[in-house]
Design a protein around this ligand. Structure first.
Ligand SMILES: NC(=O)c1ccc[n+]([C@@H]2O[C@H](COP(=O)([O-])OP(=O)(O)OC[C@H]3O[C@@H](n4cnc5c(N)ncnc54)[C@H](O)[C@@H]3O)[C@@H](O)[C@H]2O)c1
Ligand SMILES: O=C/C=C/C=C(\O)C(=O)O
Length: 486
């Protein structure tokens, strides 16, 4: 049986405790590997290796040398594209048709984009008058923050981990990564690419395990971790923020959402249907930016519901290697239990089930997988669990609205504020409404269009901080002002 080990100081090492846990293929429920669970000893060794690497060749490299190596990392991922694709899809159950266009290419891009960025971003300088008339010059310089703890989720494992590791390394830091216990393989595989690209030992470290009372908690509690970047549930973010408070460590938190789509009667219906279908059902609904609340202006409500139903029922459910599949399994049976509990809540709360609401019949060889039906509801009250709580599955609730003001109030009615999608052909309305939505990211007539230079992150309980473009430098560097008396 394949074993997935920690990657510490440039080598794959097992856990001293010998503790292992299963890595399961969610398409069929089969165990595909055994994962080493890190104890405090492994986490401490990883942090020590990261600290030492800052003082070694990595810390002495010029920006040009460092970014050249990161471009080699990007090229290394691309060169081993099929291995990363196979590993990601075995861990997540997502269709290869999806991961080959999103997850793996973005894994490479997250290194190349930030390697280019750090070479071109200026800092600041201020000339100042002084009482004696000779003046002074102030200038800013950026320095790496140090050892960064990176804790990543299971829905887009390579994409979201490299979204942090790319800028962290580009800024000269070293990292200790704790990937999700559900999806360790691509994060582990990246160690081989790092070595081949010439990244010095200790710059990139990986420890596997769970959250509380396991690798995640040991990492966030470690006193020699300088900052923590986390992507995951809001509740987990609160826990990590408490841990980071000891020693006053900065956090970057990209958390949960319950995103609203707002569809006006003057929308391009084809665009709105295509975009909402992707936003609700792509990656089996396991995208933090996805739409689980759809507000549709009353004149087009019936038509929109009918067309979204038809689109959901046309999705091709299948395992990752099925070239026709565009809808895979959920990431685990544990997550399926959560999603199905909301399917039941919807029934209990009196929803109209437009489509889905259960488990699809699958062929025998896939019957052990974590499959659910794409599901659409109408008719629930605004305060129902299904409408207010993040489900993180392939489902959405559609509700009619009448006025623009009503739609904005509904969209802003929850403690979350991650993303929103607005569908209208009226450009004034698009800008007016987008400006009033309490979210970090608003798409108009589109969804998941991503320019990596833009600010990315959530408002309210969907996050703290922004990453992307120069915003990543704010988190991954310390900006120092030097004042020289002339
Ligand atoms: N805002 C974003 O960009 C974004 C992106 C993807 C996913 N998410 C959110 O992530 C969630 C789904 O991912 P998930 O189920 O992996 O989230 P999760 O919070 O359960 O776990 C995320 C990571 O945190 C670790 N962890 C859990 N408890 C911990 C603790 N006490 N200390 C340290 N580490 C701990 C886990 O092991 C995992 O690696 C959803 O809420 C989704 O909205 C947000
Ligand atoms: O599931 C959440 C998706 C997050 C996407 C990004 O962080 C990105 O596109 O950079």
């Amino acid at each position: 049986m394949k074993e997935i080990k920690h990657f510490i100081n440039g080598e794959y090492v097992g856990s001293a405790s010998g503790k292992l846990f299963d890595n399961v293929n969610p398409s069929n429920g089969q165990v595909i590997a055994k994962i080493h669970e890190a104890g405090e000893a492994e986490v401490d060794a990883a942090v020590k290796a990261a600290r030492a690497a800052l003082k070694g060749p990595w810390g002495k490299m010029t920006v040009a040398e460092r970014t050249e190596i990161l471009h080699r990392v990007a090229a290394g991922i691309t060169a081993r594209f099929d291995e990363f694709l196979e590993a990601e899809c075995l861990d997540t159950g997502k269709p290869k048709s999806l991961a080959s266009h999103i997850d793996i290419p973005r894994g490479a891009a997250n290194f190349s984009v930030f390697a280019d960025l750090v070479k071109n971003v200026p800092t600041e300088a201020f000339e100042m008058a002084t009482p004696d008339g000779t003046g002074a010059l102030n200038y800013g310089v950026r320095r790496p923050k140090g050892v960064i703890g990176v804790i990543s989720p299971w829905n887009l494992p390579l994409l979201l981990m490299t979204w942090k590791v790319g800028p962290a390394l580009a800024c000269g830091n070293t990292v200790v990564v704790k990937p999700s216990e559900e999806t360790p393989t691509t994060t582990a595989l990246l160690g081989e690419v790092m070595n081949a690209a010439g990244v010095p030992a200790g710059v990139y470290n990986v420890v596997h395990g769970f959250g509380g009372n396991s690798a995640g908690a040991f990492l966030t509690a470690h006193p020699d971790v300088d900052a923590i970047t986390f992507t995951g549930e809001t509740g987990t973010g609160e826990t990590i923020m408490r841990a980071a408070a000891k020693g006053v460590r900065q956090v970057s938190l990209e958390l949960g959402g319950k995103n609203a789509g707002i569809v006006f009667a003057d929308c391009d219906m084809d665009k709105a249907i295509e975009g909402t279908l992707r936003s609700a059902f792509a990656n089996c609904g396991q995208v933090c930016l996805g739409t689980e609340r759809v507000y549709v202006q009353r004149p087009i409500f019936d038509e929109f519901v009918a067309r979204l139903k038809a689109g959901a029922e046309a999705l091709k459910i299948g395992e990752p290697n099925d070239p026709s599949a565009n809808f895979g399994s959920l990431v685990s049976h544990k997550h399926r239990e959560k999603v199905l509990s909301y399917y039941q809540k919807a029934k209990d709360e009196g929803a109209t089930i437009v489509t889905g609401g259960g488990v699809p019949d699958m062929p025998a060889h896939l019957a052990g997988g974590a499959w659910v039906q794409p599901t659409i509801w109408t008719g629930l009250p605004d305060d129902s669990a299904v409408v207010t709580e993040e489900i993180f599955g392939p489902c959405c609730h559609i509700r009619p609205f009448d006025t623009e003001e009503e739609a904005i109030e509904l969209a802003n009615s929850l403690p979350y504020g991650l993303a929103s999608a607005i569908w209208t052909e009226n450009s004034s309305r698009a800008h007016r409404v987008a400006g009033q939505i309490e979210a970090g990211i608003v798409w108009v007539n589109s969804w998941f269009l991503r320019d990596l230079r833009t600010a990315f992150g959530g408002a309210k309980q969907s996050g703290i901080g922004r990453e992307g473009g120069v915003h990543s430098l704010e988190f991954y560097t310390e900006l120092k002002n030097i004042c020289v008396k002339l």
